[in-house]
Structures are given as structure tokens and as C-alpha cells.
Design a protein around this ligand. Structure first.
Ligand SMILES: [Zn+2]
Length: 201
């Protein structure tokens, strides 16, 4: 009788090392997630948290009047008015005596402070819904205002002036709001009146 053909004993694969490797990866991931969660809630992450919350906020359906002592009904609807052959007015002009305080119309992050071009002395604030708010022709900036500052609606940004191409005109704030698809008329939202300026506790 011939011996049965040799069949190699089935080797039992040892899954233990693989399992240990997977467990190690899971543990490291859990520790990293916990550390990230912990760090995110520390005081030094307050600003990134606020910026993230701001970006997640919906675009506002009302805006605070950015110039002291002015009511929305006093503001002419000059959005879209022709400014030369190739330009239209991408905002509204809010007239007030030189030096009148200009305030943020929304909560936001100060993303630029500069003196350049048509706007002259200007401040850019990224507000809720990633909309950009443009405050131009300022006489001066608010003391200590810095790029990276978080502001609330009603916080001072500067004062009304005639810098940039407003030189020689009555002092006014040029206020523009830009969404991802460009500028839109802020006046209806100013009429709606964000309950901030003057109404804050
Ligand atoms: Zn203007």
C-alpha cells in the first residue's frame, strides 16, 4: 500500500502580531484625538475657535450702522451707481462729520488694515458667512487696532475721513460688503438694523 501523498500540515497563521499592530494604531489615534480635543479647548486656541465659529455662522440678515449718529434712512442708496466708464459703486457712502467713530457692522476678524488706492485708509473685516466688510476713506484707525483682532458689532475701527479718492469730498465712510460672488447692496440690511450699536448692555 502506497503511502498517501504528502500533504503539508496547514499552518495556523498567527494573527496576534497583526492584531497588536491594529490595536496600537487605534490607541495612538485615540490619544491624538483626545490631545487635539483638549488643545482645541485651551485658552490659547480661543482665537482659532472664534474664527471657526465665525466662518460657520450664517451670513447676517441685518447689519449694525457703522457710523455713529447716522440712521439707515439718511443713507442714499448709491450701490451700483456708475463711477466712470468701467466702474460701479460697490457700496454705500455714509456721510458724517470728520472724526465720527466708525464701528464694525458685524462681529468679525480684522483681516487687513492699510492705506492704499481708492479707499485710502481702510479696514477689512471678515464677518459671519465669510463675507468681507470694507470700511474706507478713514481719517484714522482705531488706536491699537491690529490685523488678527476679533471684533464685535459696534467695536470701533476708525473715524470718518476723506482719504483715498474721497479727498475733496464731504467726509464719509464708504462701506462695502463682499460675498463669495461679489459685492451686494448693504443698505437693506442696515435698514433691518443689527441689534448691537447702542443697544448693547
Ligand atoms: Zn463710496
Amino acid at each position: 500500500m502506497s503511502s498517501p501523498p504528502h500533504t503539508p500540515a496547514r499552518t495556523r497563521r498567527d494573527y496576534a502580531p497583526q492584531l497588536r499592530r491594529i490595536l496600537r494604531v487605534v490607541c495612538v489615534a485615540a490619544v491624538l484625538a483626545a490631545a487635539g480635543h483638549w488643545a482645541w479647548h485651551q485658552p490659547f486656541m480661543a482665537k482659532p475657535r472664534a474664527i471657526s465659529a465665525l466662518a460657520a455662522m450664517p451670513a447676517p440678515d441685518a447689519l449694525a450702522m457703522p457710523v455713529d449718529g447716522v440712521h439707515a434712512r439718511q443713507v442714499a442708496d448709491s450701490f451700483g451707481a456708475s463711477r466712470g466708464s468701467d466702474r460701479s459703486h460697490e457700496g454705500v457712502d455714509i456721510f458724517a462729520p470728520r472724526g465720527t467713530t466708525v464701528r464694525s457692522a458685524t462681529p468679525g476678524l480684522v483681516v487687513a488694515i492699510r492705506d492704499s488706492g481708492l479707499g485710502g485708509r481702510q479696514v477689512w473685516v471678515m464677518g459671519p458667512g465669510r463675507q468681507r466688510h470694507y470700511y474706507a476713506h478713514l481719517d484714522d484707525w482705531a488706536p491699537l487696532l491690529q490685523v488678527g483682532d476679533l471684533v464685535q458689532a459696534g467695536d470701533p475701527l476708525g473715524t470718518v475721513g476723506t482719504t483715498g479718492n474721497a479727498r475733496g469730498t464731504p467726509p464719509h465712510l464708504h462701506y462695502g460688503v463682499y460675498a463669495s460672488d461679489g459685492a451686494f447692496d448693504p443698505l437693506p440690511l442696515l435698514h433691518a438694523g443689527y441689534p448691537a450699536t447702542g443697544d448693547r448692555p
